[in-house]
Write a protein that binds this ligand. Structure first.
Ligand SMILES: Nc1nc2c([nH]c(=O)n2[C@H]2C[C@H](O)[C@@H](COP(=O)(O)OP(=O)(O)OP(=O)(O)O)O2)c(=O)[nH]1
Length: 101
């Protein structure tokens, strides 16, 4: 299954700070966080809420340091991979919004 880069917020960390850290750890890149995309998505276990942010690549070439594979997807390629079920509303919001222009 495919997911967006990211992970859980650690104690004392901001949401966007967590995303910056996870992209460094998982992809080896520096990012600048932008807009929220879509609404909060309750994951239904451990009271976890999924939040997705747009991000711009600032430095580095993304590498799959912690995952089996990595892909860039354009607007017309969003259906080419099997997303985690919780990501469906985000994929729809991405398709409808300006972030992939
Ligand atoms: N990163 C990410 N997680 C997602 C997505 N969709 C989705 O349902 N999830 C779920 C999977 C996990 O239950 C949770 C995120 O956990 P994670 O395993 O990425 O977090 P983490 O890197 O901090 O890992 P850990 O502390 O559990 O070792 O959110 C997504 O698109 N990206």
């Amino acid at each position: 299954m495919w997911e967006f880069p990211g992970g859980k917020v650690e104690p004392g960390e901001s949401e966007t700070g967590a995303l910056v850290r996870e992209c460094q750890e998982e992809l080896g890149v520096r990012i600048a966080v932008g807009d929220r995309i879509g609404d909060d998505i309750p994951l239904g276990h451990r009271r976890t809420v999924l939040k997705i942010f747009a991000a711009r690549l600032v430095d580095g070439d993304p590498k799959p340091l912690e995952h089996a594979a990595l892909r860039w997807l354009g607007r017309d390629e969003l259906d080419d991979v099997a997303w985690l079920p919780a990501d469906a509303p985000i994929v729809a919001a991405l398709r409808a919004g300006p972030w992939l222009d």
